[in-house]
Design a protein around this ligand. Structure first.
Ligand SMILES: *Cc1c(COP(=O)(O)O)cnc(C)c1O
Length: 424
């Protein structure tokens, strides 16, 4: 693809974009009377226009029916989570029985580790990535301590090699091969939040499981961003949030995946609640827990309907757009952003570099730019001029042009502002 930093070029690309109209289904923050250049859909996705209407319907049904809305409302609250399972399964390559929306992401990681981190004196280690998202680091370390082990001994972090920014899969494989018999669980961010690196989850999962390791993926940056085949990959468990690429709003409900091989078991350790027990006897309020033979057994509470509602609006758009088309546009759009950053870096004799892999199979929408020499003043100039990106200390700018709603013109407008920011 021959790209150009040219307005006519970008507008032509948008005209040819079959997903171009989806932009109108989202609300853009404004800057000086124009849509801001919103490149932080990896952090908080934009609001679907329909979110307000769907929340409004739930409020209306609450007003109309009161408690009877649990069964009488247009989307009965008693089975509210079920309205999400088909589309969440499609998005993650799972069976509908393997996914359920519930809780927040970090809370879910803990609940999942109750079931899937079962250390023994022979096998108590956790394999993970260095510099994982802090919440994941806290969750892992506190789980280790909870079981009476020392995180310094139990947690094996794989780091990038000297002079490199991303972690090589072969380095995970080597540790799995050599120390696998001591590792109880592997849990990694499928898409690294900092560098945007996408792991080969299929082969890492297979290698770890081959050594008897239970495998979980944190897909906070994966869901809605990359192709996932959790069931076929044989992943034991996974969790993600729905406020990043899934556009369900601040603090929106997380969702979990549990492979069907773990369903219907009574001997699996699990923290339980009434929403995980057999639906036909739930309201008999009897003391015996009878696990639903699906991922729903892990569900504790009744659904937070008002905060889940926007996810319905968003998932409908994912269904309409289709992951194939989204991924095709993602390669083109992120490729265009990569091109403009590289061009401007050349003009500037490269005071900065992209640390996200250039291999399109090893990344999603996000590019992370490491500014050498120049620092936060570049980011602040971008901000003042209507670019909403994300700054990570000490000097990385993360940007994600999201195929669902960003345009080639967004990238072109960014290029003009970025060039000025660099050349000041
Ligand atoms: C965004 C993100 C989180 C956020 O956790 P919450 O519990 O939703 O606040 C956790 N882990 C990763 C890898 C993330 O990217």
């Amino acid at each position: 693809m021959e790209y150009q930093i040219d307005k006519e070029f970008a507008i032509k690309k948008d005209r040819e974009d079959p997903l171009g109209a989806f932009r109108n289904d989202f609300i853009f923050p404004q800057h000086d009377g124009n849509d801001a250049i919103y490149f932080t859909g990896n952090s908080l996705g934009l609001q679907p226009v329909k979110a307000r209407e769907i929340i409004g319907e739930e409020l209306e049904d609450w007003g109309t029916f009161g408690v009877e809305g649990h069964t009488q409302s247009r989307r009965p609250w008693v089975k509210y989570h079920e309205f999400f399972t088909e589309s969440l399964a499609a998005l993650t390559g799972s069976l509908p029985s393997e996914v359920v929306p519930m809780n927040g992401l970090t809370a879910n990681l803990h609940f999942l580790m109750v079931s899937f981190y079962r250390p023994t004196s022979q096998r108590f280690k956790i394999l993970c990535e260095a510099k994982a998202f802090p919440s994941d680091q806290y969750a892992l370390a506190s789980q280790v301590r909870f079981h009476g082990y020392d995180p310094a001994e139990a947690i094996i972090e794989v780091t990038p090699r000297a002079g490199e920014h991303t972690i090589r899969e072969e380095d995970y494989l080597k540790i799995i091969e050599e120390q696998g018999h001591e590792i109880a669980m592997m849990m990694i961010g499928g898409v690294n939040y900092y560098t945007g690196q996408v792991y080969d989850m299929k082969s890492l999962t297979a290698a770890a499981r081959n050594k008897g390791i239970l495998v979980g993926w944190d897909l906070a940056h994966g869901a809605g961003n990359i192709r996932l085949n959790l069931h076929d990959w044989g992943v034991d468990f996974a969790a993600w949030c729905s406020y990043k690429y899934l556009n369900a709003g601040p603090g929106a409900t997380s969702a979990i995946f549990i492979h069907e091989r773990h369903h219907g078991k009574k001997d699996i350790p699990r923290f339980e609640g009434w929403w995980g027990t057999n639906k036909s006897t739930r309201f008999l309020m009897e003391p015996e827990f009878d696990p639903i033979p699906t991922a729903e057994a892990w569900q504790l509470s009744n659904a937070p309907v008002l905060s889940m509602a926007p996810l319905l609006a968003s998932l409908e758009l994912f269904e309409k757009a289709g992951m194939d088309r989204l991924l095709e546009k993602q390669k083109d759009l992120t490729g265009y952003l990569e091109y403009v950053i590289r061009e401007i870096a050349r003009e500037d004799e490269s005071h900065f570099e992209i640390i996200t892999p250039s291999d399109q199979t090893k990344r999603g929408a996000q590019l992370s730019v490491l500014l050498h020499g120049k620092g936060k003043e570049v980011f602040e100039y971008l901000q003042q001029n209507g670019v909403i990106a994300d700054w990570r200390e000490p000097n990385v700018i993360r940007m994600a042009p999201v195929p669902m709603y960003n345009s080639f013109e967004d990238v072109y407008r960014f290029a003009e502002i970025f060039r000025k920011a660099i050349n000041r």
